[in-house]
Ligand binder design. Structure first.
Ligand code: ADP
Length: 459
């Protein structure tokens, strides 16, 4: 069964149930009120008759006269003595020699019953008359309730017709509204099918209704998912292209060198070191890729222990001093606080190596790199500032993406990295609950600021 049919049936059933409940309440209230009014009338008549009821000398029933009340106008009265003889009756019941309610004659206590007499429907009150505990007869008082019954039938008909009309209208309205509300969903289905068939994730579902309604929110969420998928597929494709590209150069160099060695028929030191350096490069690339894959899957194992960040910084700096001197780059150490963080020492070292390494790689001879380490209430702040060429503003938002290299740095083959260093550093810092900020001005230099949470009690 379609959702449209189910919703329509649900709405119609709900409306039907409400109408049924309403009908039952109205019908019952109406019936009970009218019958109660009749019963009151019969009881009042009985009390009037009781006032004029006498016993004769032998203690039998004797009704002297029936009360001259208006009440009796539409009321039939019969008084039966204990031998079953009709003792008295109202003028309008004159011709009735049969009891108004034969069963009521056996009543041991006052009894109301609806009976059919000829064509008439009567409400009959049968009251046993007693002197002490001795029964002396039965008084039956009846009122015609044909009018009430026909009014009840009319009310029932009106209620039924109203229910059918309202339920039909509710059904049509529910069908129409559901159709309107679900129409955009068909659009979603069609777009999804179109995307699957054409393998084109660039399609988006248009929606012209209010941006607040649920369907619009569903469409927005679906469009966002499509956007995300499109981005993922794009980056995956880009990733394959990048990896292929990175692998091709070292493999070509290795192949060239092997060909050369074969032609020469002997080992040549230069070719061998060329092969070795490209194999090292490939090994580094594969290592970086594996690390990145683990980090992106959030499965990077971190062996967290207390780490003295100041000691680690000086240790890394020691490794770079020689290189810095060779390149005639001054390394200036600014303010260094003692800072303790909870982290994986090797991974944090890798972050410093990557960022400091970039500083050395991109800062020209005679340039300067300044390091400082401080802390705020909860965070450690490590800044590395260089006087390099700076990063173009267009490239700045992308430098943490894998394989991203700013245009300028691509041309320098000797300085070429894989464009993975910052991406890896970023993932590691994120894994420690921190973040990396970068500020760069073309021709002035670049500042990387690494924020890491200070060690808490849970380390
Ligand atoms: P790479 O291995 O190419 O250095 P990274 O991920 O470490 O890759 O850096 C991405 C890009 O960011 C680099 O290609 C370079 O263009 C730019 N970059 C990073 N650090 C610096 C810096 N200190 N000065 C100028 N450019 C930088």
């Amino acid at each position: 069964m379609t959702l449209k049919t189910r919703l329509t049936l649900l709405y119609t059933t709900l409306v039907g149930s409400v109408l049924l409940l309403f009908g039952v309440v109205v019908y019952s209230f109406y019936s009970v009120t009218l019958i109660k009014e009749t019963d009151d009338r019969l009881e009042n008549t009985f009390l009037e008759i009781l006032k004029v009821t006498r016993l004769n000398s032998v203690g039998d029933l004797e009704v002297i006269a029936l009360p001259p009340l208006d009440l009796t106008a539409n009321v039939y009265i019969q008084a039966w003595d204990r031998e079953g003889r009709l003792n008295a009756y109202s003028s309008n019941a004159m011709r009735m020699t049969t009891p108004l309610d034969p069963l009521g004659l056996q009543a041991a206590e006052p009894l109301f019953r609806n009976v059919t007499l000829g064509n008439a429907r009567l409400r009959v009150l049968s009251v046993p008359l007693q002197v002490g505990s001795r029964p002396i007869g039965i008084l039956q008082i009846a009122a015609n309730i044909s009018v009430i019954e026909s009014a009840r039938r009319s009310l029932l008909n009106v209620l039924l017709i109203t229910a059918i009309v309202v339920m039909s209208l509710a059904g049509v309205a529910a069908w129409w509204t559901t159709q309107q509300a679900l129409a955009p969903l068909e659009e979603v289905t069609n777009t999804a099918l179109r995307i699957t068939r054409a393998d084109d994730l660039s399609s988006r579902i248009p929606y012209h209704g209010s941006s607040q309604d649920e369907v619009s929110q569903l469409i927005q969420a679906f469009n966002q998912t499509l956007g995300r998928l499109e981005h993922l597929f794009h980056t995956q494709r880009q990733f394959l292209t990048d990896v292929g590209h990175e692998l091709r150069t070292p493999l070509t160099v290795i192949k060239g060198n092997v060909d050369l060695l074969r032609r020469m028929g002997c080992t040549d030191e230069e070719s061998l070191s060329g092969i070795e350096s490209e194999v090292d490069r490939l090994t580094r690339l594969v290592g970086d890729l594996l690390l990145l894959a683990q980090a992106e899957a959030r499965k990077l194992p971190l062996d967290r222990r207390p780490v003295e960040l100041d000691t680690l910084l000086l240790e890394v700096l020691g490794q770079f001093q020689v290189l810095a001197k060779e390149n005639n780059i001054q390394v200036h150490i600014g303010e260094i606080d003692q800072v303790l963080v909870c982290g994986d020492r090797d991974r944090l070292k890798q972050v410093l190596l990557n960022i400091l390494g970039n500083g050395l790689k991109y800062t020209p001879q005679g340039g300067k790199i300044t390091l400082s380490l401080g802390k705020t209430d909860k965070m450690a702040r490590l800044t590395i500032t260089d006087t390099g060429p700076g990063i173009p503003p267009d490239d700045l938002p992308h430098i943490f993406e894998r394989f991203y290299r700013a245009e300028k740095s691509r041309t320098k083959r000797d300085k070429e990295g894989f464009g993975l260093g910052l991406s890896i550093a970023n993932w590691i810092v994120k894994g420690h609950g921190g973040r990396i900020e970068v500020d760069s001005r073309l021709g002035v230099g670049t500042t990387f600021c690494i924020w890491l949470p200070l060690m808490g009690d849970d380390c």
